[in-house]
Design a protein around this ligand. Structure first.
Ligand code: AMP
Ligand code: ZN
Length: 144
């Protein structure tokens, strides 16, 4: 990706304005400009990685620690009862620079319409086939 093409890189480099709520050497967090609710924050690595799958392991710990930090801060700041934390990876991802959505939640806030209908397994064999396929892929990834 060419310099200047990624809006979240531009925000991280302070070339584009944003309502920044937190930054450190690894990450930057700012208000989503089309929030699901007031206080909806996006947490991004400073460096450009398209999705969570490209994030190098030396940044995974601080990304999760910063997610906890911001979830606590958002809850307290807008007096929320909880949070919804989400990452779109490729599908439904409109900005191809990894960002973690931290959304304040309250009971009966209406966000349940956001969730997709569930798809039950056809039968126990279908469920076992998927479980087995994922377990085998995990083993392959762990064994290099
Ligand atoms: P996603 O659809 O998961 O890729 O989320 C992208 C999010 O970025 C959306 O919720 C947008 O509202 C938000 N967004 C896009 N451009 C900006 C911007 N310049 N400043 C703040 N948030 C933005
Ligand atoms: Zn970027």
């Amino acid at each position: 990706m060419e310099n200047g093409e990624c809006i979240f890189c531009e925000i991280a480099e302070k070339n584009l304005p944003a309502e920044i709520v937190y930054e450190d050497s690894d990450a930057i967090a700012f208000l989503d400009d089309r929030p699901l609710f007031p206080g909806h924050v996006l947490l991004c690595p400073r460096e450009h990685y398209d999705t969570l799958l490209e994030l190098p392991q030396h940044l995974t710990g601080s990304m999760l620690a910063n997610t906890q930090l911001l979830a606590r801060a958002v809850e307290a700041a807008v007096d929320a009862e909880g949070t919804f934390i989400a990452i779109n990876n490729r599908v439904s991802q409109t900005v191809p620079h990894l960002h973690i959505h931290i959304v304040p939640r309250r009971r009966r806030d209406g966000l349940k319409g956001f969730f997709w209908p569930r798809q039950p397994y056809k039968d126990d064999a279908a469920k076992e086939a998927v479980r087995d396929a994922i377990e085998r892929e995990v083993r392959k990834l762990l064994n290099g």
